[in-house]
Ligand binder design. Structure first.
Ligand code: ZN
Length: 273
């Protein structure tokens, strides 16, 4: 009897992979009505895009629609791995401002990019600085009840500059040294040439969010699932086997698809990926 109960509770956990959408996917102009549509299509949460003109408004809309809230922190013009102290100070201050805002709305997680060494030869010099800055932000986030998620990026194939992280080993090293958790971008990973299942296994309990989009294995196209060649329709399966319980965030190209395209897509409607 006890055995059956334990099995049942495990089944319950499997259902807790959550359907989320990145608001980047719906473009710069949106209304409360759009966010209501998202709620009506059974999404559990939204990841607000800090660089959107309407990002402030988005927090209020999400709250009003009773959606969970995450945040993609700003990254353009910012660089955690900069060699310039002034740029680092600006990056840290602006990032903290957004983490505070997220905390005010009881948001769960914030996704951050690692920036880049502007010449690959500079990596050794800036790597410890980047670690120190990210650790500071991780501590700040935890003090505000927010989980900071460090996202995998697409490496510079020509190695002119070094984007952080550029491979799985580097990613794990940063996660361990900074006490951050992982946001795994499925499209970025495919272009890097790493396998989804292996990576999920290697990340284990560090994995806290998935950014989901399809592509052709070469460019970061942010296509709907099955419009590219990368998504193999086993995402939820692989995640469930790892007992993953976090969000799967559809992060879809707003210059190619409308909100309606996304909401009516079978992979979204049936959450079949
Ligand atoms: Zn990102």
């Amino acid at each position: 009897m006890m055995k059956i109960n334990r099995k049942m509770s495990r089944t319950k956990e499997i259902i807790q992979v959550e359907k989320w959408i990145s608001l980047w996917s719906i473009g710069q102009e949106y209304s409360l009505e759009d966010i209501k549509q998202i709620k009506e299509h059974d999404f559990n949460g939204v990841e607000i895009w800090a660089e959107h003109h309407l990002a402030e408004q988005a927090f209020k809309y999400a709250n009003e629609c009773d959606l969970q809230i995450g945040l993609h922190l700003p990254f353009h013009d910012l660089n955690l791995a900069t060699q310039y102290d002034e740029i680092a100070a600006y990056t840290l201050a602006l990032t903290k401002k957004w983490i505070k805002k997220l905390a005010y709305y009881n948001g769960s997680h914030a996704v951050i990019h690692g920036g880049q060494a502007m010449a690959s030869e500079d990596l050794d010099k800036v790597y410890p600085k980047m670690i120190e800055r990210l650790k500071e932000l991780s501590d700040f986030s935890l003090a505000n009840n927010v989980e900071l998620l460090f996202e995998n990026q697409i490496p510079d194939g020509l190695n002119y500059m070094h984007i952080l992280p550029s491979n799985i080993e580097e990613w794990l090293d940063v996660l361990n040294k900074t006490n951050t958790k992982a946001c795994l971008d499925v499209g970025h990973l495919a272009i890097q040439g790493d396998e989804f299942k292996d990576t999920v296994n290697r990340l284990g309990g560090l994995l806290k969010s998935i950014h989901l989009s399809d592509n052709d294995g070469k460019s970061d196209l942010h296509l709907l699932p099955n419009d590219g060649t990368v998504i193999q329709n086993n995402i939820i399966n692989v995640l469930s086997k790892q007992n993953y319980q976090g969000p799967v965030v559809f992060e879809i190209n707003p210059y190619k698809y409308s909100l309606k395209d996304i909401l009516e897509h079978p992979s979204v409607k049936e959450f079949n990926i």
